[in-house]
Write a protein that binds this ligand. Structure first.
Ligand code: HEC
Length: 446
């Protein structure tokens, strides 16, 4: 890195001599980072996935000419850790996450120094490598696993060119007669639907003995920019036999962002692609059941209800323990516009220790992330340890997301109501599996 800058500085001096002082040459003389030097790579690797033709971002950031006018705003959003959109606190709890969009601090510093130094292009002959992005129409895991084993499409839906948000909550049959362990799952809007589908959740239901549909659990969740989920080896997240999938699709007529075309989208379809483990995978030794479930927080409720007064705040809390050892694989808090912060801790009753696991203190309801712990960092809980989940709500004018601090807010599923729960993926272990995973970690840390 140093020698590269030194070479640039020399080139800068030559440029000054030849052309007079340009902002670029002057910048290079002081070793200001440049677009072709470092900044272009950082932006290509972390931003272009959304800020490209057809992406969800409001502008394109695919070339120096496109990036340059936005430099001050980019610097601000990046320094505040608002872009890339991934709110998860630094320095608290587990920091080893899969699919973590956060920039490294030195990348942030580089962008800020570049913007402050006049956002120079750098050596015009250097070509910044284009990002290796999947074609928007391609399944993310097709290179790794081939085409999905099962594709579950939603029913076609025409979306007008303009108008209010639309929601679809239909049931469709998954079409599977056998239970299978899910290796990977992705939700993908088909074709033009990518511009109008903001998010799409899917839950699994199965018929009980009375022929009534009972909720089995969450299948997966899609939000713009999300690529899919791999529950991972060593666990079985089950798609039950004869599953019914309930879609919950949120659509914006006319599309989102500057790339929205304002066209009517005919036959809008969202697909779930599922890749399965081999049949019988769950029977193998060392394979444990994983489920993704909703954990409610009801402490702090008043007479069974969440009540947030105008210009007031509220706090909720929930406790959950298991009668067997578990591993916590992911954490996704859920709230709406008044929620500002959420956390996950573990309380060990024997020692009284309270261990911080995850903290999100700059929550935004626009981006729903499931924070997936790296396997060797995922919390291992002995039987009886308690998950302590907390959420904090701010109905004052200080909350930048608050549409109206004069309102009383109660629980409900509309955006203006509030909710208090978290989605947590838990692998259910036995004593033997727990001891073994502990021993493996001890060994790895020695
Ligand atoms: C997952 C998709 C996604 C990624 C990744 C992403 N952005 Fe964004 N960006 C958006 C969306 C959507 C908006 C508009 C909504 C908002 O401001 O939150 C936005 C807004 C912005 C804005 C504000 C534009 C305005 O007019 O106010 C800037 C600046 C920005 N992004 C820069 C970046 C940079 C720089 C990166 C990479 C370091 C990045 N973004 C990564 C989706 C993304």
């Amino acid at each position: 890195m140093k020698t590269q800058f030194a070479r640039k500085a020399l080139a800068g001096v030559a440029a000054i001599a030849a052309l007079g002082i340009t902002a670029q040459a002057a910048a290079q003389e002081h070793s200001v980072p440049t677009y072709t030097g470092d900044v272009g790579r950082i932006i290509n690797d972390n931003c272009v996935v959304c800020h490209r033709e057809g992406g969800v971002g409001p502008m394109r950031l695919e070339s120096y000419d496109q990036v340059r006018p936005w430099a001050p705003l980019i610097s601000m959003r990046v320094a505040n850790r608002e872009m890339p959109p991934y709110a998860y606190d630094q320095h608290i709890g587990i920091q080893d996450l899969q699919g973590d969009w956060r920039l490294e601090q030195d990348e942030i510093d580089t962008i800020v120094a570049w913007a402050n130094g006049g956002a120079p292009m750098g050596d015009a002959d250097v070509v910044v490598p284009a990002p290796d992005l999947p074609d928007p129409g391609q399944w993310t895991f097709s290179d790794q696993f081939g085409e999905p084993d099962l594709i579950i499409p939603s029913s076609p839906y025409d979306i007008p060119a303009s108008g209010n948000d639309l929601w679809s909550k239909e049931f469709v049959s998954a079409g599977n007669t056998e239970a299978r362990c899910i290796k990977a799952v992705q939700v993908k809007p088909r074709g033009d639907a990518a511009a109008v589908v903001h998010h799409a959740n899917s839950s699994v239901y199965v018929e009980d003995e009375n022929g009534e549909l009972q909720r089995y659990g969450q299948l997966t969740e899609y939000a713009m920019g999300k690529w899919g989920e791999i529950p991972g080896d060593g666990v079985c997240r089950t798609l039950p036999a004869n599953a019914m999938v309930q879609w919950d699709i949120h659509m914006f007529p006319g599309g989102v962002g500057a790339t929205a075309k304002g066209d009517m989208i005919e036959n809008n379809v969202v697909e779930i692609g599922l890749w399965f483990q081999d049949p019988g995978y769950e029977e193998k030794p060392g394979i444990y059941k994983q489920d993704l479930s909703l954990y409610a927080m009801r402490e702090g409720y008043q007479n069974g209800e969440l009540v947030i007064p105008p210009h007031g705040t509220a706090m909720t809390q929930g406790f959950h323990s298991f009668d067997h050892p578990v591993r916590i694989d992911s954490f996704q808090p859920h709230g709406h516009l008044r929620m500002r912060a959420a956390s996950l801790e573990i309380y060990y009753p024997e020692t009284g220790r309270l261990e911080p696991i995850s903290q999100i203190s700059n929550w935004s309801a626009t981006w729903h992330h499931s924070h997936l712990y790296e396997r060797d960092a995922a919390p291992l809980l002995p039987a009886g340890a308690v998950l302590v989940i907390k959420q904090w709500y701010d109905n004052t004018a200080d909350n930048p997301n608050n549409p109206d601090p004069d309102q009383w807010v109660y629980d409900g599923s509309r955006t203006g109501d509030e909710m208090s729960h978290a989605w947590i993926a838990v692998t259910h272990l036995d004593e033997e599996g727990y001891e073994q995973l502990l021993a493996e970690r001890m060994q790895a840390s020695n």
